[in-house]
Design a protein around this ligand. Structure first.
Ligand code: SF4
Length: 330
């Protein structure tokens, strides 16, 4: 039996290079290493923060599906699906909600951070407090063995494991306790040096045209101590250099030396980088254009993936209801 992996992304906007290096490349690797991978477009999770702005959700679902496939997720190998097309996620979420103590949710550090950070919307909602319970349902409905995550998401996974344990204790052994597949990913700052994020308007998107990419790279923040070309640079503090390490590996040693010795200027350094980023993303771009020409096929992939996911989710829900005693007419 292949081990099951579950992960997902929220359709709140197009994906950027932070998503590519932080998740998608790893997801592709896992699908090619023989895991049974389920990759979800988590539209209900998008509602947890964006419940008052739903007009773009369908477009974002489509965009993310294109980003997934053009970045190398293969619908023949991985199950790519839309969360709301598998209503068993919400059924299991509701069942879990009955026994998850509220303090388990209130102590979630991400909850507190996000309520503080996203001040432009009211996140004091029942759904937002409970989103980790929905996450647990997303994972456990497929009895996933592994969840690919970063160190910062470990508390969420621990909550899923606690929920699995509590269910198993109350109703009998049903769910495995999923484990983290911790992945080291390169940190990619936004073009202004802060964390890359749609809300900071500092991201390079996978869908950006070559001209847009070059323009964004040309305005990237650099070493603040290097005012003139004759000033020696400090590449270790420069976001442009962080990108060279990823997109221009063959030249990174020389760039470092030339920056420190004030041989290369920032304009030329960024020009070279812009071309490398465009080149790196060119295959994704080609695949994206191909998918965009046949959206019907894209939606068919999502339909087939969601139906496949649902067949498995239904089995789990039947088992869960039997364990609880919700069996009627038999
Ligand atoms: S030369 Fe390049 S690495 Fe050095 S400070 Fe300028 S942009 Fe950054």
């Amino acid at each position: 039996m292949k081990k099951i992996v579950l992960s997902g992304m929220r359709p709140t906007g197009p994906l950027h290079i932070g998503h590519l290096f932080g998740a998608l490349k790893n997801w592709k690797k896992l699908q090619n290493e023989g895991y049974n991978c389920f990759y979800m477009i988590a539209d209900y999770h998008a509602l947890s923060t964006d419940y008052s702005e739903t007009e773009n959700i369908k477009n974002y679902v489509e965009e993310i599906a294109i980003d997934f496939i053009s970045s190398g997720l293969d619908p023949e190998k991985s199950t790519i699906f839309i969360q709301s097309l598998v209503p068993e996620h919400t059924e299991l979420h509701l069942i879990f909600s009955m026994f998850v103590p509220i303090p388990w949710l209130e102590r979630n550090p991400v909850y507190k951070e996000q309520v503080e950070e996203l001040k432009d919307r009211d996140l004091h909602t029942y759904g937002f407090l409970g989103y980790p319970v929905l996450q647990a349902a997303d994972i456990l409905i497929y009895k996933a063995n592994f969840v690919p995550i970063g160190q910062d998401q470990l508390p969420h996974l621990e909550l899923t494991r606690e929920i699995a344990r509590r269910f198993n204790y109350l109703y009998g052994n049903t769910f495995p306790e999923p484990e983290a597949l911790l992945t080291e990913t390169p940190k990619i700052p936004g073009i202004d040096g802060r964390k890359m994020s749609k809300s900071y308007n500092n991201a390079i998107y996978l869908k950006d045209s070559p001209d847009e990419i070059k323009k964004k790279v040309s305005i990237m923040f650099t070493d603040p101590k290097r005012i003139y070309k004759k000033d020696p640079g400090h590449p270790e503090t420069c976001p442009v250099f962080a990108y060279h390490k990823i997109f221009n590996e063959g030249r990174v040693g020389e760039i470092e030396k030339d920056c420190k010795n004030a041989i290369i200027g920032c304009t030329d350094c960024k020009k070279e980088l812009g071309e490398k980023v465009v080149l790196y993303l060119s295959d994704i771009k080609k695949k994206r254009e191909q998918i965009e020409r046949n959206k019907k096929e894209l939606w068919e992939i999502l339909k087939v993936g969601s139906e496949k996911a649902r067949r498995i989710a239904e089995k789990t829900i039947i088992e869960v209801k039997e364990k609880i005693g919700l069996i009627y007419g038999k």
